[in-house]
Design a protein around this ligand. Structure first.
Ligand SMILES: [Fe+2]
Ligand SMILES: [Fe+2]
Length: 398
């Protein structure tokens, strides 16, 4: 391959040798490895970089602490409200489902038969479904990142790790509930025998190491808008994997995905209630935050996904999810439209001129996204076929 050392950009050298964010992916990573392996050695092949783990860097500027300090008081004053209105959406542990409720019991005599049945059912499910289910599972398994994200938010973070504020109690219990989602999917996929667990486990390790960049700026207004959107997105996608599992004749898997979707719905209710309250106490600040998040676009939690081989893994996974109708661009527009209606954004009164502009922008956005999406679909070429490490590099159409 011809090398052009003049094109070596020092900036790219600082990028990780394993992963880049969606917007700067691909060429940068390969050029980094290519160049680094040739600097000072002419055309001689040298070993790939033996760099320690380096997380990827986003290309945009990371903005921090954008909530004015006086607004921290709003969240302090909402402590009791949150206790009475948000903590009630948590389920007592004794009433919660656990992964074991939906999986073969390893202590029972029937264990091997139950595993055999599970594998027989899994045989009927196509590869593209497994790609989406694996991507969903990996997204759930990066839970440490999401708890961290919530604890970046000023005024609501868990200051000690065992803080007794309502916000901190919520975040820990929410995390504990979410933890079951990755668990049950991981164990199901392990038993199914259909997927390459080592490739999947590597992807999880890369992803947790990379983190995420939701661009919520330590700002709980932005943070809770983000989580409202995300919980609804996961409610929709797990609901769709449940529906498809049923269509493929696997009622047990449908039950697993369905029970996860019902948790996501409960979480969506809690987060949207928080934002509804923010609209009540600070309509101007909240509508500006909503417009800001939508201008930046809601990035998916696993957008920095990488498996060690595919520079565009997240895009490829998303394309399959879109084709199967598990999570689509139309869903994105529908979620926004739902939230705009849920928060009654169109009828907010007493806004500043800036607030009114933000209101107009978000209310007009869902149809605009749909139009753009339809145009993009019209231009779409024939979808390529891509190998996924998660299924032993078998090819899947995007
Ligand atoms: Fe979840
Ligand atoms: Fe969730």
């Amino acid at each position: 391959m011809a090398l052009n050392l003049n094109s070596f950009n020092l900036q790219t050298y600082k990028y990780s040798s394993f992963a880049l964010p969606t917007m700067s992916r691909g060429n940068l990573r390969s050029s980094t490895i290519l160049m680094a392996s040739t600097v000072g050695s002419g055309t001689k092949e040298v070993e790939s970089l033996k760099k320690p783990f380096t997380p990827p860097r986003e290309v945009h500027v990371q903005v921090t602490h954008t909530m004015p300090p006086q607004k921290v008081e709003i969240f302090k004053s909402l402590e009791d409200w949150a206790e009475q209105n948000i903590l009630v959406h948590l389920k007592p542990v004794e009433k919660c489902w656990q992964a074991q409720d939906f999986l073969p019991d390893p202590a029972s005599d029937g264990f091997y038969d139950q595993v055999k049945e599970l594998r027989e059912r899994a045989k009927e499910i196509p590869d593209d479904y497994f790609v989406v289910l694996v991507g969903d599972m990996i997204t759930e398994e990066a839970l440490p990142t999401y708890q961290t994200m919530l604890n970046t938010l000023d005024g609501v973070r868990d200051e000690t790790g065992a803080s007794l504020t309502s916000w901190a109690v919520w975040t820990r219990a929410w995390t504990a509930e979410e933890n079951r989602h990755g668990d049950v999917l991981n164990k199901y996929l392990f038993l199914s025998g259909r997927v390459d667990m080592k490739a999947i486990e590597k992807t999880i390790q890369y992803l947790i190491g990379s983190g995420m960049d939701p661009r919520t700026e330590n700002n709980p207004y932005l943070g809770f808008i983000y989580t409202s959107f995300q919980e609804r997105a996961t409610f929709i996608s797990h609901g769709n994997t449940a529906r498809l599992a049923k269509e493929h004749g696997d009622m047990k898997l449908a039950q697993i995905c369905g029970i996860i979707a019902s948790d996501e719905k409960r979480h969506e209710t809690a987060y949207t209630k928080i934002v509804e309250k923010l609209f009540e106490v600070d309509p101007d600040g909240t509508v500006l935050a909503l417009a800001d998040m939508m201008k930046k676009k809601i990035s998916m939690p696993a957008h920095l996904m990488y498996d060690g081989q595919d520079d565009d893994l997240f895009d490829h996974f998303s394309a399959v999810a879109q084709r199967l109708g598990v999570y689509t661009a139309k869903d994105y527009a529908d979620i926004l439209e739902f939230l705009v209606g849920r928060w009654n954004v169109g009828n907010l009164a007493g806004l500043s001129s800036e607030g009114r502009r933000a209101q107009e922008y978000v209310c007009g956005l869902p149809p605009r996204i749909r139009r753009l999406e339809e145009r993009a679909q019209g231009r779409a070429k024939q979808s390529p076929i891509v190998p996924f490490s998660w299924i032993y590099n078998r090819d899947v159409q995007l």
